[in-house]
Design a protein around this ligand. Structure first.
Ligand code: AMP
Length: 320
C-alpha cells in the first residue's frame, strides 16, 4: 500500500514543472529538515524543474539549508507538497500562493483528507523517516547532505530514539542512510545539540520552577520578563520540553509561554501516560498522542487546560 502511494506521488512529481514544498508554522528540526531534504531530492533528480521551499526562515536552523523567497506572482500551475503538517491552516507561507494540487507526507494523526495524495503514517517517528522511506522506495537518489538532514530530523523527533514511535523500521531506515551516505555523527550532533550558556541557565530555571500536582502533572508558566531575563526567545521552551521526560513523579508535563507579540499563550504538552492530543484539540491545538501543542487566549483557559490534564493523569493512574 505504501509502495503504491509512493509510486503515485512520484508520478505527480514527474508531471509538474513547478513544485512548492511547505511545512508547519513554528517549525522544529523535523519540519525544516524534511522540507529541505525533500526539495533538494527533487532538485537533484529533476534539475530542470523549479522547486522551492517556502515559509519563515529560522536562523537557528540555518545548518539544514536555506529557505527560498520566491515571487508568488511567478508561481503558476504548481504542485504543493506539505510535510509534517496535518491540516492546511497550520501550513506556513501558503497565503496568496497559487497551486493546482496538494500532496501530503506526514506522521500526525488526522481524520480529514486535505490532499489528492497522502502518504501518512502516524506510527512513523518523524516526517524525515517518511521522506527517507519515500526516496528509498521510489529509487530517488540522495546525497550526503540530504541524508544528513533526514538523519537529524529522525534523531530530533524521536528524541534520540527514545520515544515510542521509534521502531525497527526507524532503525532500518537510519542504518541505510548511515551506510549508504557515510554519515559522520559528531559534527551533525554539534549542530543539533550545541547550546549557548544562557539557554542552559534558562533550562535550570525551568527545572527549578516546575510545579507538580499530586496526580503527576508538572507545569511551568513562563512570562515575557523571564524570557528577557535569560535572553531567550519564546520558541526556546519548545526545544526544551522533551528534556523533562522520565521524571519519576511526572506523567504529563506542560510549558505555558506568553507570546506578547501575538497576545497568546503558546503551550507545549508532553505525556508518558495519558493520551493528550484529544485534550489539546479542545484548546486550539493538536498533535501526537504523547506530544501536543495548544494555543490559549486567557489565563482562565490555561487553568481549564491544566485541570483537564490533571484529571487525565488521575484517570490514567487509577486505570493502571
Ligand atoms: P510542540 O510542543 O510545539 O513541539 O508541538 C508538539 C506537536 O503538536 C507537534 O507535532 C505539533 O505539530 C503539534 N502542535 C503544536 N501546536 C499545535 C496547534 N496549535 N495545533 C495543532 N497541532 C499543534
Amino acid at each position: 500500500m505504501a509502495l503504491d502511494i509512493c509510486k503515485q506521488i512520484y508520478k505527480k512529481i514527474k508531471k509538474y514543472n513547478t513544485i512548492v514544498v511547505a511545512r508547519h508554522v513554528g517549525p522544529d528540526p523535523d519540519a525544516i529538515a524534511s522540507q529541505i531534504a525533500f526539495r533538494d531530492t527533487i532538485k537533484l533528480n529533476f534539475p530542470n524543474k523549479k522547486v522551492v521551499a517556502i515559509g519563515s526562515y529560522v536562523s537557528k536552523f540555518k545548518y539544514f539549508g536555506l529557505i527560498d523567497k520566491p515571487n508568488y506572482n511567478e508561481i503558476m500551475e504548481a504542485l504543493l507538497v506539505i510535510l509534517d503538517v496535518p491540516t492546511l491552516d497550520r501550513v506556513d507561507g501558503i497565503e496568496g500562493l497559487q497551486y493546482n494540487e496538494i500532496i501530503k507526507i506526514d506522521h500526525h494523526p488526522c481524520d480529514t483528507k486535505v490532499a489528492s495524495l497522502e502518504f501518512v503514517d502516524d506510527t512513523a517517528s518523524s516526517a524525515c523517516q517518511l521522506v527517507a522511506e519515500f526516496n528509498f522506495r521510489t529509487g530517488l537518489k540522495m546525497n550526503q547532505n540530504i541524508a544528513s538532514n533526514l538523519f537529524l530530523g529522525i534523531v530530533s523527533d524521536s528524541d534520540r530514539f527514545l520515544l515510542s514511535y521509534t521502531t525497527a523500521k526507524t532503525f532500518h531506515i537510519v542504518s541505510k542512510l548511515i551506510d549508504k551516505y557515510h554519515l559522520n555523527f559528531e559534527p551533525l550532533y554539534n549542530n543539533l545539540y550545541e547550546r549557548p550558556i544562557n539557554e542552559i541557565r534558562f533550562h535550570g530555571y525551568l527545572a527549578e520552577h516546575l510545579n507538580l500536582t499530586e496526580n503527576g502533572l508538572a507545569y511551568v508558566k513562563i512570562t515575557p520578563e523571564i524570557l528577557k531575563e535569560y535572553d531567550v526567545d519564546n520558541g526556546t521552551p519548545s526545544n526544551m520540553i522533551n528534556d523533562f521526560n522520565y521524571i519519576k513523579e511526572v506523567l504529563s508535563w506542560i510549558f505555558v509561554t506568553y507570546d506578547e507579540k501575538n497576545a497568546i499563550y503558546k503551550v507545549n504538552i508532553r505525556s508518558r501516560g495519558p493520551i493528550i492530543n484529544e485534550i489539546a484539540a479542545r484548546y486550539n491545538g493538536g498533535g501526537h498522542k504523547f506530544a501536543s501543542g495548544a494555543r490559549c487566549k486567557t489565563e482562565e483557559e490555561i487553568d481549564f487546560l491544566l485541570k483537564d490534564l490533571d484529571k487525565a493523569c488521575k484517570d490514567y493512574k487509577e486505570s493502571q
